[in-house]
Write a protein that binds this ligand. Structure first.
Ligand SMILES: Cc1cc2nc3c(=O)[nH]c(=O)nc-3n(C[C@H](O)[C@H](O)[C@H](O)COP(=O)(O)OP(=O)(O)OC[C@H]3O[C@@H](n4cnc5c(N)ncnc54)[C@H](O)[C@@H]3O)c2cc1C
Length: 422
């Protein structure tokens, strides 16, 4: 049995948020603005890291606007994507036109996620009720038996989460709080420690993640292209293009054995506009293999603990909506939990209410992502190039009622949420 770590410090707060990704950082900001003592724990020393999206959706921009922060946020380096297009068989269809949306922000804002998180965390840290702790790697939950307030039988002792223990450079710390929120992403430690088992909602997808140089004269859009047995999402990151390149499941070893020249040829075939720079790929170290999948929890909470964002429902990168969903979870959690946190301890019914409001939109979007991923993987596995975009995609822009649907879903989610007045 491992010895109990020596605790250097016990810190007390009202809400302990684990994970400084979009969900956790925005939640900390919203609670701090309302004067709720909140401590945000992030395992990394900074917000720089790879394998994540850089998208800020119109709903998040509207939230920032509501908080009076939109203008300041947009002073940071960003680009605006007004359309999303999908190319297959030499034809390109515009799948989302954000300019038609009724919003002050009719575009997807692309900003390095590290910049966005840094901005949000700095704003949160301006409030005296907020404490931001970087390099805080949460390893344990503090669980204590307490008389149940709302789970039957009333008064019987139940295990309640009362905070976490984390390891930092200087040793172990304890954060004690009436409510802990796990916003620690798709490999959530908090979820595992709490004993939750996610249910897979789509099959895993193998994605190669690498960069190619970007030139000034290149177009600015992000786009997707399907062909020669592969799919590529191409994302503008200023001085380079970020490529997410889908390969048939389980073929990475063979691909590596065949050598980099084959990957370069295949990328050049699919993306002829980037063929003149595939030579930039000189070493497999430049290429990361990601196995991405989506899943969800049946229950997002237990006494003293709530999970939000990818920790509760890991989103596939398909459609680029996971950040939006994590932030919308944070908004709903702030709406529902501010009152209970002010007056004492949120009860199970409060935590259940957050799940109830967010579960349905999450399940719908995951079902859409799963269908899209299946169609993509079937084509990729068959190494086939369809003659052109599927009929449904081609017809979409011509049907007035449906035309704006993809843009609206990417921009606002299935069920738009708005921050209540405090
Ligand atoms: C390759 C890829 C590309 C994607 N592209 C997009 C996109 O373009 N647009 C989009 O909307 N979505 C995209 N997604 C999905 C998106 O990244 C997630 O849905 C979103 O980041 C979820 O936010 P979150 O705050 O719940 O979790 P995360 O963003 O994963 O943040 C969790 C945070 O918790 C921290 N953490 C983890 N464990 C601990 C611990 N033990 N202690 C303390 N801190 C901890 C992590 O360091 C991290 O900062 C992509 C996903 C992948 C895999």
């Amino acid at each position: 049995m491992s010895a109990r770590p020596e605790i250097r410090e016990v810190h007390k707060t009202r809400c302990c948020v684990v994970g400084g990704g979009p969900g956790g950082a925005v939640l900390a900001l919203l609670l701090a603005r309302r004067g709720i003592p909140v401590t945000l724990l992030e395992e990394h020393e900074d917000f720089e890291r790879d394998f994540r999206g850089d998208t800020i959706h119109p709903s998040t921009m509207e939230l920032m606007d509501q908080l009076g922060l939109a203008e300041r946020l947009l002073e940071r380096r960003h680009t605006k994507i007004r359309h999303l297009s999908f190319g297959v068989g030499g034809q390109t269809v515009r799948v989302a036109d954000f300019t038609r949306l009724k919003t002050r922000f009719p575009h997807i804002t692309f900003m390095p996620q590290a910049d966005f998180l840094d901005f949000v965390a700095r704003e949160a840290a301006r409030y005296p009720s907020c404490e931001l702790r970087m390099g805080a790697n949460v390893q344990e939950l503090i669980v204590e038996d307490e008389p149940s307030a709302d789970a039957p039988p009333r008064g019987a002792p139940v295990p309640v989460v009362r905070g976490v223990r984390y390891r930092a450079r200087d040793g172990w710390h304890e954060v004690r709080a009436p409510l802990t929120i796990g916003a620690d992403g798709r490999f959530s430690k908090v979820r595992r420690l709490a004993g939750f088992q996610p249910i897979a909602t789509s099959q895993p997808m193998d994605v190669l993640w690498f960069r190619l140089p970007r030139r000034l004269e290149d177009g600015e859009d992000a786009f997707g292209r399907l062909g020669n047995g592969h799919f590529a999402a191409v994302i503008n990151r200023w001085d380079y293009w970020q490529l997410a390149y889908v390969i048939p499941k389980g073929t990475y070893r063979d691909l590596r054995a065949a050598g980099l020249p084959l990957l370069r040829t295949s990328v050049a075939e699919l993306l002829p506009e980037l063929a003149d720079r595939v030579d930039h790929l000189r070493d497999w170290k430049q290429v990361s293999l990601l196995s991405v999948e989506s899943n969800r929890l049946r229950r997002w909470y237990r006494p003293g603990l709530l999970l939000i964002g990818d920790a509760a429902h890991t989103m596939s990168p398909v459609g680029g909506v996971g950040i939006n969903y994590a932030i919308q979870d944070a908004v709903v959690a702030a709406n529902v939990l501010t009152g209970p946190l002010r007056s004492g301890r949120p009860q199970l019914r409060d935590l259940a209410s957050v799940q109830r409001r967010r579960e349905w939109p999450t399940r719908v979007i995951q079902a859409i992502q799963s269908r899209a991923a299946r169609a993509l993987l079937t084509t990729v596995a068959a190494s086939a190039t369809p003659a052109g975009p599927p009929a449904a995609l081609r017809l979409l822009p011509r049907i007035p009622l449906l035309r704006d649907l993809p843009a609206r879903v990417v921009a606002f989610g299935i069920w738009p949420v708005r921050l209540d007045d405090p």
